[in-house]
Ligand binder design. Structure first.
Ligand code: GLU
Length: 469
């Protein structure tokens, strides 16, 4: 276990990085604190009983508005956790240049214990509480999916919001991660996992970084372990496999499966759906606990489940060369210290899993502009490309193959633009963090470098806003 609470751990990492900046201590203190905390208890009728539901929404920073961050449903939800996650959202948004302040929400329930109808009641009531206190809205605070929630819950939130705010033209932007039919954007579902892949792929392209780790350049052929087959883990696994890496182990809360030859995440996912567990998946070795899987020798380890899974106790046994934090806060500060000594590269959460909020930003922009990405330019681009290609073919009297023709002529659809915007965002952020780290060799790890980037951006924004005397 860690010596720190989760928010304490985030604050500790913040302080470690703040030393490498020259901002006024008052500004640093303001950035660190959670600006607004809303703790609520509300009754919901479950069967013939009334249950008191505990829930939270924390707005960590208002240096940019709206605030942004997911809502999780889990029995582990508590104020400390929501505060820590809200703070991480502020830094995450700053790093990827998404103009939001950080926020997070949570309801302390086990969603598996309720029927969909009961969950809908809980979600709608929670939304009504947020509306009452002005803690939700396209210009104030915009929730999204997180652990234990998804598109369905976001649709309930939107519907509750629009029914209580009739006629609000930008209402669809009050929540992101919605189904596409309800104003969602194509590509949001896989965004976090895809961002994890883009981020690690970029790091793996850096010759000097790979050389230091004793690894070859590129993700191709790298042996990867993913912990958590939820939305983030599943998609990260998929993109790593499609990118040429080998998934040697997939871990779930009730155990893990190992296969040196490589696994296919979709087959494992379907097996789990049918059998309720990944246990006994054919031609694999079963590992009784998820924690053991973290200690298997591999090139890249992606913890994509919950916080605090690698701490001072088990970190010395972790053999991965690169750890990519798909989840928020999977490593404790004590684990960070161990990996600084072993030279393991920890690619930190608040940059690596920022793909979700990046595409949420695209979704929010789509909602405010009331038009699907690609609608205006797709046909124009295709006509232009056809014209250019036709002219070249006429001039050269040669014809391209039909496959090449299709590729050249293709005008961008919504998903193409979202993927491209996400790729650009992750590549830019990777270089920004790495360049800062390389320019200051005193900075001990990539997490600290990422925090310095985030602090500089948030502090600049505070300084430019002006602080009242
Ligand atoms: N819950 C996700 C995260 O932790 C996404 C947040 C969002 O899209 O606003 O980054």
């Amino acid at each position: 276990m860690s010596d720190y609470s989760f928010f304490g751990a985030v604050s500790k990492s913040f302080d470690k990085a703040a030393k490498f900046t020259s901002w006024d201590p008052g500004i640093l203190e303001q950035i660190k604190q959670c600006n607004a905390v809303y703790r609520m208890n509300f009754p919901v009728k479950i069967g013939d009983k009334v249950e008191v539901i505990k829930a939270y929404r924390v707005q960590h920073s208002h240096h940019k508005t709206p605030c942004k961050g997911g809502i999780r449903f889990s029995t582990m939800v508590n104020l400390d956790e929501v505060m820590a996650l809200a703070a991480l959202m502020t830094y995450k948004c700053a790093i990827v240049n998404v103009p939001f302040g950080g926020a997070k929400g949570g309801i302390a329930i086990d969603p598996k214990k309720y029927t969909p109808y009961q969950l809908e009641n809980i979600t709608r009531r929670y939304t009504a509480e947020l509306i009452k206190k002005n803690f939700i809205g396209p210009g104030t605070d915009v929730p999204a999916p997180d652990y234990g929630t998804g598109e369905r819950e976001m649709a309930w939130i939107l519907d509750t919001y629009t029914s209580m705010r009739p006629g609000e033209i930008d209402a669809a932007g009050c929540v992101t991660g919605k189904p596409v039919t309800q104003g969602g954007v194509r590509g949001r579902r896989e965004a976090t996992g895809l961002g994890v892949f883009y981020g690690i792929r970029e790091v793996c392209k850096m010759d000097d970084v790979m050389k230091k780790l004793g690894l070859s350049t590129g993700v191709e052929g790298k042996r990867v372990i993913v912990q958590g087959l939820g939305n983030v883990g599943y998609h990260a696994a998929k993109f790593f496999r499609e990118g040429g890496a080998k998934l040697i182990c997939l871990a779930e809360h009730d155990g893990a499966i190992f296969c040196e030859g490589g696994l296919n995440e979709e087959e494992v996912f379907q097996y789990k759906k049918k059998n309720g567990s990944i246990k006994n998946f054919p031609n694999t070795k079963f590992i009784a606990t998820s924690a053991e899987a973290l200690e298997i020798e591999c090139d890249i380890l992606i913890p994509a489940a919950l916080e605090n899974v690698i701490n001072g106790e088990n970190a010395p046994r972790v053999k991965a060369k690169i750890i990519g934090e798909g989840a928020n806060g999977p490593l404790t500060p004590e684990a960070d210290e161990v990996f600084i000594k072993t030279g393991t590269l920890v690619v930190p959460d608040m940059y690596l899993n920022a793909g979700g909020v990046t595409v949420s930003y695209f979704e929010w922009l789509k909602n405010l502009s009331h038009v699907r990405y690609g609608r205006m330019e797709k046909r124009f681009t295709e006509n232009l490309n056809a014209h250019i290609l036709g002219t070249i073919e006429d001039l050269t009297t040669k014809k391209v193959s039909s496959r090449q023709r299709e590729f050249i002529m293709h005008g961008p659809e919504e998903a193409d633009l979202v993927y491209s915007g996400l790729e650009e965002t992750m590549i830019t952020a990777t270089h920004e963090i790495m360049n800062l780290w390389k320019s200051n060799p005193e900075i001990p790890d990539m997490r600290t470098a990422a925090y310095v980037v985030a602090i500089n951006k948030v502090a600049t924004s505070y300084a430019e806003l002006g602080i009242f005397p």
